[in-house]
Write a protein that binds this ligand. Structure first.
Ligand code: SAM
Length: 273
């Protein structure tokens, strides 16, 4: 069983990325409002030029939101890791326009291969984050991935993982797709927060959890957007999502606002080494 993590799913123009970002922007707005990234980063020694590893950087949506809340004297030099070459290129472009970021190295590789492919340096990073990128990974090697990330983090540095939970509608949609659609049957489940928690406990690592709860909202007359949203949630652009998800969608319909209101539950995990 496998999950897509290729350019096709993350860099395909058909996904209409801007509309998707409008729907999910709340995830990042809530996060940078509720967690004091500004204070935490400023408390680190050398906060003017902190070394960051962005794991599964995508197109650098999170850095855009973070940039807006950082104090002027915080600087971040980021190494980027992603399987998608086009995402790495886009993330470099986006970050070079941000006030607090510059980009150093890029690694085009699977997250699962990080233990062997990340250069064997310890204490290299002040901060490591994986924001919504521990989803389409195989869970089995992730213990070694966490161990390697913690090894390359400086003492006193922070690891941030933002990850969907088992209660999220990401999982409900994907679970239904796996159970009821022929394409879904050979797909692996999405990795979720509960997997990370189990791994961190087995490694004996102390961590904190900041639960984020919000809704994605899509007007009923935006069928096109709803379809793109659902296809992106399940990472399959060939499915008749309207038909597959109709009963679930009806339960999410808000007649007052004439829209679908989709609850999401995503947790921020923080580890201070
Ligand atoms: C939802 S996007 C991440 C968004 C980004 N971290 C942000 O918050 O702005 C997920 C990213 O993880 C990458 N990805 C997914 N599975 C991967 C894997 N197994 N190995 C490497 N990269 C992966 C995808 O290519 C994609 O760019």
């Amino acid at each position: 069983m496998s999950n897509p993590s290729s350019d096709h799913y993350y860099a395909n123009d058909d996904w209409d990325v801007d509309s998707w970002v409008d729907v999910i922007a709340v995830e990042y707005e809530t996060l940078v409002r509720d967690f004091p990234f500004d204070r935490v980063l400023r408390s680190l020694p050398g906060f003017g030029s902190l070394r960051v590893l962005d794991v599964g950087c995508g197109t650098a949506i999170f850095p855009g939101y973070l940039d807006a809340v950082l104090p002027p004297d915080v600087g971040l030099i980021a190494d980027l890791w992603d399987i998608s070459g086009s995402s790495l290129r886009r993330a470099r472009e986006v970050m070079s326009q941000l006030a607090h970021f510059s980009v150093d190295r890029t690694y085009q590789a699977l997250i699962e291969d990080l233990p062997t492919k990340l250069p064997a340096e310890t204490d290299r990073y002040d901060v490591i984050w994986a924001m919504h990128s521990f989803t389409t990974v195989s869970v089995e090697p992730m213990g070694a991935v966490y161990a390697r990330l913690l090894e390359t983090l400086r003492p006193g540095g922070y690891l941030f993982v933002y990850q969907l939970t088992s209660e999220s509608y990401y999982q409900k949609f994907h679970g239904l797709y796996r159970r009821e659609h022929p394409h879904g049957r050979n797909r692996a489940p999405f990795m979720e927060f509960e997997d990370s928690r189990r791994i961190l406990e087995s490694l004996g690592v102390e961590y904190e959890v900041y639960p984020q709860r919000f809704t994605h909202e899509i007007a009923r007359n935006r069928d096109d957007l709803l379809e793109k949203y659902l296809r992106k949630v399940i990472l399959d652009d060939t499915v008749d999502v309207g038909q597959l998800f109709r009963p679930l969608l009806e339960s999410l319909y808000d007649p007052v606002g004439d829209r679908y209101v989709i609850p999401q539950a995503v947790n921020l995990i923080t580890v201070c080494k």
